[in-house]
Design a protein around this ligand. Structure first.
Ligand code: FAD
Length: 328
């Protein structure tokens, strides 16, 4: 068994998914605590310089499985190829982003190896006494945060939501070892035929990239009132977020939803307007650098996580906020 932590380096069209770099950044903390070696596993066509980027974010070693057939994600090929390598090297921990790819690949690999898998984690830690990975995720509809451990079986595997960790490159990366691994799909054939790849058309919102997010909740009152939320976001060159209550009411599209069943975001500033602060909403935004809450109820739970709070009517405060920013 290798005393290694592996991060699945998810790539699409030769570009790394940001969550892979977030996991490497957090992996450095886990490696420090556990004494394990931090590695990345890359499945790709092999005509890229992704390993250099993985080293920049802390990988000490990169296992690369290169084959033109692995250029795009195909579970029929990725899962057996990855599992065969895991079975040979038996790392202690394997982490995947909780993306569409990670959520497909990780359970298939877990089934192949009769391994456990904790899905959709929002926090990771390492228990140095028991030498075990602590995997935390919302449970019972988000009403509790459950910390799950894998006592006996190895590897310990988890998918982790995007944006719960920040990605930070190293100033002086130390890793440079690329291990070229022959691709072995164990005779598994490709049962899928790719008919067409369609690139998602970006909406007007890119909550993941926005530095400022202005989010509206039920306190906004009605769909037309979202105009003031949009105006403030525009003034800040930010994006508009929303609580699920407003999405369910049809006031705004699901692309804007922040929270457990929406997007996880970590902007520099998150402004919550008329949002009560339910645990499912907090799960998606509480790692923002600065949280500003506007709510007419001084006891609203959002104030427990807010760095700055304004108690009052958002219909007065938000337009005034916008007006003052315009004057700067
Ligand atoms: P409310 O809870 O109704 O709060 C409205 C707030 O607006 C109140 O605090 C009120 O004081 C304030 N207010 C009213 N009028 C004004 C005014 N004029 N000025 C200022 N303040 C005002 N929720 C999410 O957001 N994201 C999720 O991803 C999500 N996932 C969920 C998953 C599950 C399984 C479940 C069970 C729930 C989920 N929820 C999610 C729903 C969550 O529990 C809450 O119901 C929801 O977040 C409430 O939205 P809200 O804060 O906009 O509304």
């Amino acid at each position: 068994m290798s005393a290694e932590i592996w991060v699945f380096a998810e790539q699409r069209r030769g570009a790394l998914a940001p969550v892979a770099l977030e996991l490497l950044t957090e992996g450095r903390v886990l490696a420090e605590k556990s004494g394990y070696t931090l590695c990345a596993v890359l499945l790709s066509a092999g005509d890229d310089d992704i390993p250099q980027e993985l080293f920049r974010y802390g990988a000490e070693k990169v296992y690369r499985l290169a084959d033109p057939a692995l250029a795009e994600f195909n579970n029929d090929l990725y899962a057996p190829a990855l599992w065969n390598l895991i079975e040979k090297e038996m790392p202690e921990i394997v982490l995947y982003g909780a993306t569409a790819v990670g959520r497909t690949l990780a359970p298939t690999v877990a089934v192949m190896g009769y391994a456990g898998l904790t899905a959709d984690c929002t926090e990771l830690d390492f228990d140095t006494e028991k030498n075990i990975l602590l995997q935390t995720r919302p449970a019972f509809g988000g009403n509790i945060m459950a910390t799950i451990t894998c006592e006996n079986h190895r590897p310990q595997m988890a998918t982790v939501r995007a944006n719960v960790f920040k990605k930070e490159p190293l100033e002086n990366p130390a890793g440079d070892e690329v291990v070229e691994v022959p691709v072995d799909t164990g005779g598994h054939g490709d049962r899928m035929k790719r008919v067409e790849s369609v690139q998602e058309v970006a909406e007007d919102v890119d909550l993941n990239a926005a530095q400022f997010i202005v989010s509206g909740g039920r306190g906004v009152g009605k769909p037309e009132n979202f105009k003031i939320i949009h105006e403030l976001a525009e003034e800040l060159e930010g994006a508009v977020g929303a609580s699920r209550a407003t999405v369910d009411a049809g006031w705004i599209s699901h692309h804007h939803q922040v929270g457990q069943t929406g997007k996880t975001v970590c902007p520099v500033v998150y402004i919550a307007c008329g949002i009560s602060g339910a645990i499912q909403h907090l799960a998606g935004m509480q790692s923002s650098d600065v949280i500003i809450a506007i709510n007419k109820d001084p006891n609203a739970p959002i104030f427990d996580v807010a760095d700055f709070g304004l108690v009052g009517d958002l219909h007065e405060i938000v337009p005034e906020f916008t007006r003052q920013i315009r004057e700067i």
